[in-house]
Design a protein around this ligand. Structure first.
Ligand code: ADP
Ligand code: MG
Length: 253
């Protein structure tokens, strides 16, 4: 069975795209067949795996809004076992165009049912909002991974996210669960990190991953080379920690 994980938090800059790209690549390195789905009009996950977002024939927009068959939207990447459905700025209009569309919340879920390839994992990079694109992801997913940046006010805004998750569970996807909460961008040089870790563990308990992603400059450089961290610098702390996250995700089953 395919495990479908949405990487979500309506706050921008918390590490959603970095986690989507590098968790996907680390799972692929473990021998899993992975489909990364970019649902952010910024298309950073797309360019992050080396695909030219302005030069794709079919994107997630064509799939969700124009009803193009999903199998025509899947692209290979340079990483073995890693495939992507790309996104670009065309998707910016989708939130509005979908409002009046039939089955507007379940389009992604239905598209996944038509996949002709058996993927072990589908990882969805969500946009920084709780609109219809994120709702489509939650409706299609088995689990949500919430990246939380280790900073003051880390938990701010999360009640809105949890509320949206509850609404989707009630009305659209009863089997949706919070898969895990991932602490990101921990700065080892400050004491602040430990306070935030304690606060987040207090709130989410067992859901918090043992793996914590540190701030690592190699992780911020890799996207401009169009490479996941395990290709760009396999020996970096960033690569090691995303590998350990992938192992945790596999162990959870
Ligand atoms: P989001 O998708 O939630 O908006 P991103 O993954 O794009 O967040 O991250 C925001 C910025 O922070 C990007 O420039 C990214 O390269 C950088 N970044 C993310 N995680 C790390 C990290 N662990 N260490 C250093 N820089 C990071
Ligand atoms: Mg992003």
């Amino acid at each position: 069975m395919t495990k479908i994980l949405a990487i979500a938090n309506q706050k921008g800059g918390v590490g959603k795209t970095t986690t989507s790209v590098n968790l996907s690549a680390a799972l692929a390195e473990l021998g899993k067949k992975v489909l990364l789905v970019d649902t952010d009009p910024q298309g950073n996950a797309t360019s992050g795996v080396g695909v030219d977002k302005n030069n794709v024939e079919n994107s997630v927009y064509d799939m969700l809004v124009e009803d193009v068959n999903i199998n025509k939207c899947v692209l290979e990447t340079a990483v073995e076992n890693l495939y992507i459905i790309p996104a670009n700025i065309a998707l910016a209009g989708a939130e509005i165009e979908l409002v009046s569309a039939m089955s507007r919340e379940v389009r992604l879920k239905y598209a996944f049912k038509e996949l002709e390839t058996d993927f072990d994992y589908i990882i969805i990079d969500c946009p920084p909002s709780l609109g219809l694109l994120t709702i489509n992801s939650f409706t299609a997913a088995n689990g949500i991974v919430i990246p939380v940046q280790c900073e003051y006010y880390a938990l701010e805004g999360l009640s809105q996210l949890l509320n949206t998750i509850r609404l989707v569970q009630r009305h659209l996807n009863q089997s949706l669960e919070i898969e895990g909460v991932l602490l990101t961008m921990l700065d080892a040089r400050t004491n602040l990190g430990n306070d935030v870790i304690a606060e987040v563990k207090d709130h989410f308990g067992e859901k918090v991953y043992d793996t914590i992603i540190p701030r690592n400059v190699r992780l911020s450089e890799a996207p401009s080379h169009g490479q996941p961290i395990n290709v760009y610098d396999a020996r970096s702390t960033g690569a090691k920690t995303y590998k350990s996250l992938a192992e945790e995700v596999v162990r959870h089953g």
